[in-house]
Design a binder for this molecule. Sequence first.
Ligand code: GLN
Length: 327
Amino acid sequence: MIRKIDAHTVREAVEEAYLHCKEESGGRNADYIPYLAGVPAHLFGIAACLPDGSVITAGDTEYAFGIESVSKVPTALLAMEQYSAGQLLHKIGADATGLPFNSIMAILLERDHPSTPLVNAGAIAACSMIRPTGDADAKWAAIRGFIGELAGSEVEVIDELYRSESATNFNNRSIAWLLRNYGRIYDDPELSLDLYTRQCSLGVTARQLAVAAATIAGSGVNPTTRRRVFKAELTPKITALMATVGFYEHTGDWLFTTGLPAKSGVGGGIMGVVPGVLGIASFAPPLDGAGNSVKAQKALARIAARLDLGVFHPTHCIPASAEAATV
Ligand code: GLN
């Protein structure tokens, strides 16, 4: 039976998952970026945004945390918006690495391809693609503005996180220059690295991430502002990327378990997209060994199972308003 999703069923599922997962104590905050180690580990929030723009929340959904790798999704979208999906595939690629997000070996193995804009190498390459080339301030305005449009409200850098990350991002610096070696970075490497570091240091709330996810689910129209943010044809492309590599070396296990295309970040956030149905996000700082939030994964997996959100199921959920789709 196809499950119809309305605000009531989503609220029940979100509240149930929040209560069930609240006491989960597994995982540890990221500490390779010093700021992240100090974020209160008990914080936990879940937010879902429906096609009518209503946002359902439980817990700490107004706390601005480091977006980190979830920012790779908007920048990949912006690169596709400015160029095309085909150009992103050509310049960066869309393959899973099966390796950690910051893997240098993945670059050495692929040589001519950073593989996907959803790992560090591909995300730095995506930052390098953003226009106007060579103009750091204008590129940054484009990236920050785009994320704000997706999320339905402005996003700001957490200065302390940016400083913390800039002072410790030697691995990412190596990646940027290795991309240069292979001709796979399309602007100045240091400029591209700094843009990537800045975008990772943006503060977002779980509510904002849910709205951003719903904008992707809604084929590029933000359901809260009703503004078109990107071309409709890019939703299946970015969702495919998220499904392929959203949890790095744990992506297959996640997708097998939940069927939910989603993207995690070491700040503890996860954003999930069910095209045509809803956007959902959760945030809790302690991470597993691959850098994915333990509690947020548990909560989203629970909600996905309860609401049949998995996109591979022939009878997965539909919005309650979509009567025609049931016949
Ligand atoms: N800024 C972080 C890094 O480059 C992002 C990693 C992540 O969220 N997985 O290491």
